[in-house]
Design a binder for this molecule. Sequence first.
Ligand code: UT7
Length: 309
Amino acid sequence: MGIKIIGTGSYLPEKVITNKDLESYLDTSDEWIRERTGIGNRHVAEEGKDTVASLGAEASRRAMEMAGITADDIDLILVASCSSQEHLPCVACQIQEILGAKKVAAFDINAACSGFMIALSVANAYIETGAFKRALVVGSEVLSELVDWNDRGTCILFGDGAGAAVVEKGDGNFHYSLGADGTGGKVLYCNTNEKIQMIGQDVYMFATKVVPIVIRETLDKAQLTTDDIDLYILHQANSRIIKTISRNLKVDIEKFPMNMEKVGNISSASIPVLLDEINRQGMLVSGKKYLFAGFGAGLTYGACIVDWA
Ligand code: UT7
């Protein structure tokens, strides 16, 4: 037995920064960014208006609306984020307050870009044991506040936004495989009161090496082959990383939906925002299997397979 996703939602701040905007003041170009990353635009939070909690709450409302439930029907809120404006209280409690959820446990998970997928596996573990019935799993980020907008090695990549999923017990299976390598901690790093620092090529090499391995591991656990997966919903860091992974797995690139052109890399919100986009386009079909895979700061990585109800 595993979880099923009964509703998805997402929310992006209105303000958009295009590659052309960056080109106007940085030593970079729209052509370079598109060719090297696949990114064209990124949404960014407006100061005093959008927070990690407010974006996450709006995505959650939309997911609950799709699921046909209210906050009273939720008993667990898990928020994956690495960019909360406050150390305390956690984002999950802030979202609880905004939604007016009463009888819930609520806490955050910080595993950067792998966060949403890891939060799903936590929800699965709790729901499987019967500890909780229905969880709201959220990925929300305001990375624009952690980015040095004069560092062309990082500011071209990141964006803000939130995605959410409502999950409950399902008849299908949920298989996953997770990992971490703290020795790579300094490869993608952000000290308190400082801006994100990254050795891009090291992250690139890490992702293209480890993600195919963890995907195969997860398929083995589920006793499935790459052909059994209908879509591969990967962290949207860089289209070249995804193309390399698809070649390594010998899976058609058509099976890897991408939206980084419109939204950039939104860390833990990346997978749920893409999931909601393709769900609302009617691309997800009952009975099919979907694989999620993420990698990021920590370093963390992992994959999971969801049976779509
Ligand atoms: O969620 C995980 C978050 N992190 C990532 O996913 C990062 C993964 N890494 C990457 O996506 C890529 O490494 C980057 C997009 C960050 C960089 O692309 P790259 O192909 O690895 O470029 P590079 O660092 O090897 O730099 C190639 C050249 C250098 O110039 P020279 O030395 O060849 O003259 C850079 O100085 O490109 C230059 N460069 C740029 N030029 C224009 C680096 N950044 C830029 C830029 N615009 N923004």
